[in-house]
Design a protein around this ligand. Structure first.
Ligand code: BGC
Length: 590
């Protein structure tokens, strides 16, 4: 191999400057806790709020600014809590309202904010409203809270339209015959997800008032914000027209370098991203503005292109939106550069921070995704089964660390999914008998579903259940390999994934990268292998190519995602440092 040439890391003109505004959410690193899998306090094998409280010091040590908790509300758990039966109470599985207060106070004492999930598109079928609707006649106010319709055909026995559920199968379920049925027989109700998750009718003012009250309930408790589930789904096109397009939440990635940041991961069609949905967020913006502190709303909206996503974070709407275009961009330098540019430009247009996210509870963890061949990773991203092509765990971890360090260098707000700070992969061989995701059942196993990324965290290598709780019980089995990822194997260990994240967050804060200006390094501006940019006084260089990249000898390394090459054997002069493939480094700008 010929010696790589050292090129100066000189940045060009900034392509992004932070919008004015000192609010914490403009640059926060936010850690997603998936309560059932984070830490178990009572030994029943399911994580809970006391478990979260007990592990708050882990998050403090990591250095995150805020925690977002997935739902812990009362729920029959048909979709792991995204089927809420009481929005103002904690499910006994997770503890009590007092446990919530304690967790919130513990986080606040440690200087961390807390965001909770709100699921407004649908309730559980066990919610009192849906039970009332079932007991009521067609056309009554009880039915008007949901999306009930007569069927098509002379006997009303065909679904009102051809929409499919995101979890597979039809999006309509017909009620059992009742006394009040009209000539068309029992009505049908819409569920974009599982049949146990009926969609609410957001054209009905009563629904709006109810959710404003739910928001107030949690704001009064002191939460710092809300993550809005399926934020693009609440308003449907008038007349609910037929539509046979794709409804999958995460379909796959467009391997090209998308000009508009569209990777193929967005939902469209008459059930999503209707302009009317924005009125809801304008009202909620006002509601939050009535509270002290900088409370925020975060959109979970799988919409494309990024200019459509930006509509959700206009100045009078939400504060942030998850950047799924970034999550679904392949590990490819030009594609990532385009996504970063398009993301920053789209959000700058409306004065909002861009967010960055690589993993969450709905997708294969990036440590597994990035260990798949390009071909395999272009398929559905929401689960890997034993019979699917398996990720290369070592490659996946190396790339995941490089991708995370790249992400944490970007200005704006970054989301971490619990366990990624340990480098956790998915469980990619869960047996069918233990799977719980409704997507697995509704597709009759054609989709593995999302259980693989939801496996209980390993805290200590030598304890039963890897220290998830006081007993060996874990609601999903952990793979044996989780022993080597356990938190206690990583604390204070130089080079561990946890220590890399911790160091990166420390530098990110000290150098105010979240609030920074971003400029691409000129020499690599069009590189097909290397991504290099400067934010404030830090230069981030990621090598996605085959050949090592020579770094200026005088460069001071602040954090690296893996071992750097040196003069011996790497082909550069003795005092040279090289950046191996699939590695990211942060350098102090010269
Ligand atoms: C959540 C999923 C959930 C779905 C239905 C989402 O997008 O993140 O976990 O299954 O909404 O509530």
């Amino acid at each position: 191999m010929s010696a790589p040439t050292v090129v100066p890391l000189i940045a060009g003109e900034p392509v992004h400057s932070p919008a004015p505004g000192a609010e914490w959410w403009r640059h926060a690193v936010i850690y997603q806790v998936y309560p059932r899998s984070f830490a178990d306090g009572n030994g029943d094998g399911v994580g809970d709020l006391p478990g979260v409280t007990r592990r708050l010091d882990h998050l403090k040590q990591l250095g995150v600014d805020a925690v977002w908790l997935s739902p812990f509300y009362r729920s029959p758990q048909k979709d792991a809590g995204y089927d809420v039966s009481d929005y103002r109470d904690v499910d006994p599985l997770f503890g009590t309202l007092e446990d919530f207060d304690e967790m919130l106070a513990g986080a606040h004492q440690r200087g961390m904010r807390v965001i909770v999930d709100v699921v407004p598109n649908h309730t559980s079928d066990q919610h009192v409203w849906f039970q009332e609707a079932l007991a009521a006649a067609p056309g009554t106010p009880e039915r008007e809270r949901y999306m009930f319709r007569d069927g098509r055909g002379l006997a009303g026995d065909e679904a009102p339209n051809n929409w499919q559920s995101i979890f597979g199968g039809p999006a309509w379920t017909r009620l059992a015959p009742g006394e009040d049925d009209g000539p068309l027989g029992p009505q049908w109700y819409l569920h974009l997800f599982d049949s146990s998750q009926p969609d609410l009718n957001w054209e009905n003012p009563e629904v709006r008032t109810e959710f404003e009250d739910v928001l107030r309930f949690w704001l009064d408790k002191g939460v710092d914000g809300f993550r809005i589930d399926v934020a693009h789904g609440m308003i449907k096109a008038p007349g609910l027209p037929d539509w046979a397009g794709k409804v999958a939440m995460v379909e796959g990635t467009d391997p090209g370098a998308p000009e508009d940041g569209a990777t193929g991961a967005g939902n469209n069609g008459p059930m999503f991203d209707q302009d009317g949905v924005h009125d809801i967020y304008r009202a909620w913006h006002q509601l939050l503005a009535g509270y002290d502190g900088d409370r925020c709303l975060v959109a979970e909206a799988w919409v494309e292109p990024l200019s459509r996503l930006a509509n959700y974070v206009r100045a009078d709407e939400m504060q942030q939106a998850f950047n799924f275009a970034f999550l679904t961009t392949p590990w490819n330098a030009p594609a990532l550069r385009t996504t970063v540019n398009v993301s920053l430009a789209a959000m700058d247009e409306v004065g909002a921070p861009s967010t960055w996210v690589l993993s969450n509870h709905d997708v294969v963890r990036h440590a597994s995704r990035l260990g798949l061949s390009a071909e395999a990773s272009a398929g559905p991203l929401n689960g890997i089964a034993a019979h699917d092509p398996q990720p290369d765990e070592e490659l996946g971890l190396r790339r995941a660390r490089a991708a995370s360090l790249l992400m944490l260098g970007l200005p704006g707000s970054a989301y971490l999914y619990q366990g990624e700070e340990l480098g956790l992969p998915d469980h990619t061989a869960l047996p069918s008998e233990v799977r719980q995701d409704p997507a697995f059942f509704r597709t009759e196993g054609a989709e593995a579903g999302r259980d693989g990324c939801r496996v209980p965290l390993p805290w200590s290598a030598d304890d039963a259940g890897f220290g998830f709780g006081p007993t060996a019980a874990t609601w999903l089995p952990q793979p044996a390999s989780y022993a080597r990822y356990a938190a206690d194997q990583q604390y204070g260990v130089p080079g561990s994934t946890f220590e890399m994240y911790r160091a990166a967050l420390e530098v990110r804060h000290a150098h105010e990268l979240g609030q920074g200006r971003l400029a691409w390094v000129e020499a690599y501006a069009d590189s097909t292998d290397v991504l290099a940019f400067q934010v404030n006084d830090v230069v981030v260089v990621a090598n996605l190519g085959e050949s090592p990249v020579a770094l200026p000898a005088e460069a001071e390394v602040l954090v690296a995602s893996g071992p750097l090459g040196s003069g011996d054997g790497s082909g550069v002069a003795d005092d040279g440092v090289t950046l191996p493939l699939d590695t990211t480094v942060w350098l102090r700008a010269l």
